[in-house]
Design a protein around this ligand. Structure first.
Ligand code: A3P
Length: 288
């Protein structure tokens, strides 16, 4: 496959071209603590959504303002690296897309793992990539992007390998598994699940109907679509297009039948005999 210059290789794994190899490597070695919370996802599975919910549940003075607040409160390990992270005050909340093998571990830390069907992930990833100020995606159309995604040549690697590896180890960590599609259907239940899993202040908030209602209201698609400078620094051409569609099955507007069948086949092969075997049946079927 042609090299489009969208990624760098760090010890055999692909990372976005704006990552620094030594920072990525150092991130794997951060010092970990029992009260760490790790939000572990493949890109575009709802990471920012869950970060925003968790920050509201854990951090007393969290009021997302334009700028880098999410990066300060829930740093992206691969971009932040060990030197800065090891100086952070506890308790700490992290975002990362590392494969399980590379991911920092602590037997008592909490892992919130968010999954989403691959057809919507590839479409969401395509839109975000085209919206990046980095111009390396300029000559990539959807069909090329789809091939890169299927070949594991997009950003943090192969969707299928990433999930296979994590799912095989989830029971070894104190983890909460969330499905993006379930969160879309019932945000309140997902928020309660997150709060109960995290315990402490987070559990107290979700037990209080008024406070729970406030968190849910601030985390709806409509709320998060507003004032999107809150979620990222100025890395996008159009800052208001990060929280974009927010619905399952937008992929029907992009994938043709052959591409859809290929994802189905790959999904079947990758997850046969795993807990994911029967996931996303409704969201991924071709028929409307
Ligand atoms: P779409 O591009 O399909 O709309 P990540 O944070 O992992 O990069 O995920 C981004 C995806 O989550 C985008 O999907 C974005 O719209 C969606 N998202 C963010 N906040 C959301 C919310 N409150 N409700 C539903 N989807 C949300």
């Amino acid at each position: 496959m042609k090299d489009y210059g969208i990624q760098i290789d760090v010890d055999g794994r692909p990372f976005p071209v704006d990552c620094v190899a030594d920072v990525v490597r150092s991130g794997k070695q951060i010092q970990t603590f029992p009260d760490d919370v790790f939000i572990a996802t493949f890109p575009k599975c709802g990471t920012t959504w869950v970060r925003h919910i968790i920050c509201q549940l854990i951090i007393e003075d969290y009021k997302p303002r334009a700028g880098k607040e999410l990066f300060v409160y829930t740093p992206f390990i691969e971009y932040t690296g060990k030197q800065l992270i090891d100086r952070m005050p506890r308790p700490r909340i992290f975002k990362s897309h590392y494969m399980y093998d590379d991911h920092p571990k602590h037997p008592k830390a909490k892992y919130v793992f968010v999954v989403r069907n691959p057809k919507d992930v590839v479409v969401s990833a395509y839109h975000m990539s085209k919206n990046l100020k980095l111009n390396c995606y300029d000559e990539i159309n959807f069909d090329i992007f789809f091939e890169l995604f299927m070949a594991g040549g997009y950003a943090f690697g192969c969707y299928f390998d990433y999930h296979k590896e994590w799912l095989a180890h989830l029971d070894k960590c104190d983890s909460l598994l969330l499905k993006y599609e379930d969160m879309v259907k019932d945000l309140k239940t997902a928020t309660v699940q997150i709060g109960e899993f995290l315990g402490g202040r987070a559990a107290e908030i979700v037990e209080n109907p008024e406070k729970l209602g406030e968190v849910v209201e601030a985390s709806t698609f409509k709320s998060m679509k507003e004032d999107q400078g809150r979620w990222f620094e100025a890395i996008f051409k159009d800052q208001q297009q990060f929280v974009r569609k927010g619905t399952p099955r937008d992929w029907k507007n992009y994938l043709n039948k052959d591409q859809s069948d290929r994802v189905d086949q790959k999904f079947k092969e990758a997850f046969k005999g795993t807990m994911a075997e029967n996931w996303f049946k409704e969201e991924m079927k071709w028929e409307d």
